[in-house]
Design a protein around this ligand. Structure first.
Ligand code: HEM
Ligand code: HEM
Length: 194
């Protein structure tokens, strides 16, 4: 089953979910690690380039994933789930979606605003143009600091949301003992299917 149904995720949504989860957790770790390194070292420069390249892979996957989600049914949340918990789950998913776009986009604006003008060449092959940075944001340094702040706090918010998201998934699996986690692991019909 490639497509989602009302009762479960299809293999395409599942592959998007876990590929992106791995890439995003890797990117958060890489970002926090490289931020502490001496900025003038050539090895640091290479890590920044890798971070930018993978960031664009995440952005491309985010666009494809959102498109796939819009043309597929969304699986229903478990029937017995209280309305407030359902609303929290929807809000959490919307927040995760918003941040998997916001992180790469603020990163892209940050490097576009930088007075260093370092080009972005994905995996040393594909050049990516700089974005137009609104003049209202002030000098290049000011605009760069603004996007750096958004990128950094966006990353902290994403870490917080992922933590709650994972805790909720584990609670469903081990305490409520419903199919929520199983249906994000396998597209095979689960016990709540009808
Ligand atoms: C999923 C996508 C991304 C995630 C999760 C992510 C995450 C992070 C994190 C956690 C940091 C460290 C923040 C700090 O402590 O200040 C960081 C730094 C950085 N990111 Fe990203 N990032 C993403 C995409 C991008 C993209 C697409 C670009 C550029 C095109 C980019 C450019 C940068 C740069 C230049 C820094 C270093 C800022 C500095 O400390 O000077 N990031 N990122
Ligand atoms: C970077 C990490 C992650 C992100 C950005 C993320 C994002 C999302 C999003 C946006 C959804 C909504 C469904 C969709 O449209 O695809 C979702 C569903 C789900 N995620 Fe994650 N996720 C991450 C990591 C994890 C991890 C580590 C687990 C498990 C421990 C997990 C378990 C689930 C489950 C069980 C669902 C299905 C919920 C339902 O049935 O409605 N996620 N995730």
């Amino acid at each position: 089953m490639l497509r989602n149904s009302k009762s479960g995720y299809g293999w395409i949504a599942i592959t998007f979910h876990w590929t992106m989860a791995l890439l995003i957790i890797g990117m958060l770790s890489l970002g926090l690690y490289m931020h502490q390194l001496p900025q003038t070292e050539p090895a640091t420069f290479q890590l920044f380039q890798l971070h930018k390249s993978i960031g664009f892979v995440v952005l491309t996957l985010a666009v494809l994933r959102l498109f796939w989600r819009l043309i597929n049914p969304s699986p229903r949340l478990p029937d017995g789930m209280p309305p407030l918990e359902k609303a929290a789950a929807h809000l959490g998913h919307a927040g995760l979606y918003a941040l998997i776009f916001a992180l790469p986009v603020t990163g892209w604006f940050m490097v576009s605003a930088s007075p260093w003008g370092i080009p972005t060449i994905l995996f040393n092959v594909l050049p990516v143009p700089h974005l137009h940075v609104p003049a209202a944001l002030g000098s290049q340094e000011e605009a760069e600091s603004f996007f750096k702040l958004l990128h950094e706090y966006g990353a902290y918010l994403l870490i917080a949301l992922i933590t709650v998201h994972v805790a909720a998934a584990l609670k469903h699996h081990f305490i409520s003992r419903d199919d929520t986690l199983n249906r994000m692991i396998s597209a095979a019909p689960g016990k709540t299917d009808n």
